[in-house]
Ligand binder design. Sequence first.
Ligand SMILES: Nc1ncnc2c1ncn2[C@@H]1O[C@H](COP(=O)(O)OP(=O)(O)OP(=O)(O)O)[C@@H](O)[C@H]1O
Ligand SMILES: [Mg+2]
Length: 389
Amino acid sequence: MNTEERVQAHNITKIFGDNPEAAFAGIQEGKRKQTIFQETGQLVALRDVSFSVNAGEIFVIMGLSGSGKSTLLRCINRLHNPTQGTVTIEGTDVTSLTTKQLRTFRRNTLGMVFQHFALFPNKSVLDNVTFGLEIQGVKKHERQEKGREVLETVGLKEYADKKTSQLSGGMQQRVGLARALAIDPDILLMDEPFSALDPLIRSGLQDELLKLHSQMSKTILFVTHDLNEAVRVGDRIAIVNQEGQLSQIASPEEILLHPADDYVARFLKDVDRPSVVRLETIMRKPTVTYEYTSSRGNEILKQTAQTYFFVLNDRSEPRGVWFEEQIRENRAMDMPHTLHKDMTVRDALPSILTDSYPVGVVDDEGKLIGEVHRQDVVTLLTSNTLAYE
Ligand SMILES: Nc1ncnc2c1ncn2[C@@H]1O[C@H](COP(=O)(O)OP(=O)(O)OP(=O)(O)O)[C@@H](O)[C@H]1O
Ligand SMILES: [Mg+2]
């Protein structure tokens, strides 16, 4: 993956109110948001938030309602001005742009999908989608062509001439996405784009987003208050707490295995852990041999008190698996099932549950690096604590 940093937030603090100095004094004294608000009427929405997003990454911003997610996203494109701190996008200090420069910059670089649909209800789908292009001054013919193209991408080609008010909520969200994509931005800011939708449609749109992302590899900042959505779409997740501070920035699995504090841990009970935990995390050391003969196999089984073992070639690639019964009955060696180390336990379940021996885990080069035992999977599925810390 390209690790070039595309979006950087440096020490962002956002205070709503006309006397930020009073709020800063409260912050210095370590006072909480609520106390500062009661004492000064100033609302500290974000407190010293820093992060950077890599090119092509889906970076999720997650937190409870009112934690400051939307405010943070809006500080990135300067729909809000940070009270303190700077934002750099593709090397440009966005916080120092003039209004005019900012307008051009936004039009060319940033696409935004809002928390609420924010479409023009009486305009056609196509006109909604091409709105950004119209503002850019793109000719009608050209923008309609582009508009139809992105509508096809989001699966709404047939709806181009309908009014958006005639569409379902899920479709309207797709129109919102198509509108953001139409200007072909490098960076997409998405504020709870799927929150208003029912679970099935929502997970369908998450799938589509991931598919689109793999085709277009845009850099995406995605806000949600739902950790399941966050772990599904996010490469990394930043968790904002109720003081408007970042509790943790980490991969979904890291967050699940090592939550930084109680605030983060509280989200975890609702997460489908097998969808996040990868095979590498729960695998054990594999039982292996480099020799193929069944007589040697018998010896190994006795020595190791195992009921199976993997046979590797000299590059440590699995070439077979032998288990007790086969050796006893003098049957041929099986080709083992192997799965990649980054596969989630959820995706691996069918193989894990059908095989009579542990599934082999391989790295990028196809080398056997571990084996997954059914009992460890059952533990993961049934217990509330993680045994792999
Ligand atoms: N324009 C504004 N003026 C004053 N206070 C604001 C403004 N916008 C947001 N706030 C306050 O800032 C804090 C963060 O709000 P924000 O909308 O960013 O939260 P959020 O995490 O997006 O919540 P939700 O999940 O409900 O969308 C809240 O306390 C909110 O009341
Ligand atoms: Mg919000």
